[in-house]
Design a protein around this ligand. Structure first.
Ligand code: FMN
Length: 332
């Protein structure tokens, strides 16, 4: 494992070697095996709770991860739906996290306000993920431990404002006092170095990691990612105001066509956005159908590699970037 290059508020807070977080990837992609690989490489990963709806299976994943990390603690991604009927499930998940001594959560979706007291009582750090600085400000006021701000280039849900990571990073670092993570389009060490220079404490990567050997998704899909130049990433579901950055496959094209009609009738979208299509694509490697979260940072994935090799590449690149920068600076 590489020796640390950077010490930031996030590396200190989470006790990790490198300021690299790997965002939770559903459905069930971020499982015990993948998250343990990220933690063992010196970063922080998050098991996606929604990927394991059965509480005992979820608990098993947490225990397996703890074994695979040789006792090191790790994170869980919690989706906050904001719907009253989901509150019970969320409380149950938080209870399991406390019992299993989980270190931190990456929360996304609605405000984490309802579960903050329980998480705080259990000593679990809360990193709330948002698509705009205005929400990061609210999260800071609520008392979360850190915020993750993602730009429009992120795979998954970039929000509706379309602001790039290049703008989010310097804006958020001016506005936010708590530790700050920036995601969206990240996949190289030069971006890591630049993001830290813009005032952040860590980067968050998702799409770049899809070629990790430790992920169970089909090899054929990983090969597609290796070949991609990132231009096959598209934002759809704009008609429903649920902007979603995905692979531009047949389902995405059908959804874009619906968006263009101006409809907001979910029943017309349903056949194209069903979760079963997504799981089927990852299992079989036939990526023609399903909403497959996918950002342009796949362009940085040149090979299917173990997580640790991806980290090595990113850290080597960060070092090179810093040396280059030093060479550019005029001596005072
Ligand atoms: C395949 C995939 C699945 C994802 N699933 C989730 C999820 O279930 N929950 C979540 O909060 N974010 C999810 N994300 C978003 C990531 O956690 C992360 O915020 C994003 O990938 C960062 O941007 P990047 O893809 O440009 O690196 C997903 C991203 C990808 C690529």
């Amino acid at each position: 494992m590489r020796s640390p290059l950077f010490k930031t508020r996030i590396t200190e807070m989470l006790g990790i070697r490198h300021p690299i977080l790997c965002g939770g990837m559903g459905p069930g992609l971020s499982d015990a095996t993948y998250v343990a690989a990220v933690v063992n490489a010196g970063g922080m990963g998050f098991i996606v709770a929604a990927g394991f709806p059965d509480p005992e299976e979820f608990r098993e994943q947490l225990r397996k991860c703890r074994q695979l990390t040789f006792g090191k603690r790790f994170g869980v991604n919690l989706y906050i739906s904001g719907q009253a009927k989901a509150a019970g499930r969320l409380q149950e998940q938080v209870k399991i996290l406390a019992e299993e001594d989980v270190l931190c959560v990456e929360t996304s979706g609605a405000s984490p306000e309802g579960i903050l007291p329980a998480l705080r009582d259990a000593g679990i750090k809360v990193l709330h993920k948002v698509p705009a600085v205005r929400y990061a400000r609210s999260a800071e006021r609520l008392g979360v431990d850190a915020v993750i701000v993602v730009g429009n280039d992120c795979g998954g849900h970039p929000g509706t404002y379309g602001i790039s990571s290049m703008v989010q990073a310097p804006h958020a670092s001016k506005e936010i006092s708590i530790p700050l993570v920036i995601g969206g389009g990240m996949g190289t060490g030069r971006q890591l170095a630049a993001t830290l220079m813009m005032g952040a404490d860590a980067v968050l990567m998702g799409s770049r990691m899809l070629v990790s050997e430790e992920l169970w998704i089909h090899r054929r899909y990983k090969d597609l990612l290796v070949e991609s130049d990132g231009t096959d990433s598209v934002v759809v579901k704009t008609g429903l105001r649920q902007h979603h950055r995905v692979l531009n496959n047949e389902s995405a094209k059908a959804v874009a066509a619906l968006d263009a009609t101006g409809t907001s009738d979910f029943e017309r979208y349903r056949p194209h956005v069903m979760g079963a299509l997504t799981t089927q694509a990852y299992l079989t490697g036939d990526s023609s159908l399903g909403m497959l979260d996918y950002g342009p940072s796949v362009v940085f994935a040149d090979a299917v590699q173990p997580v640790e090799a991806i980290f090595d590449e990113v850290l080597d690149d960060a070092r090179q970037a810093m040396l280059r920068f030093e060479g550019l600076c005029r001596q005072a």
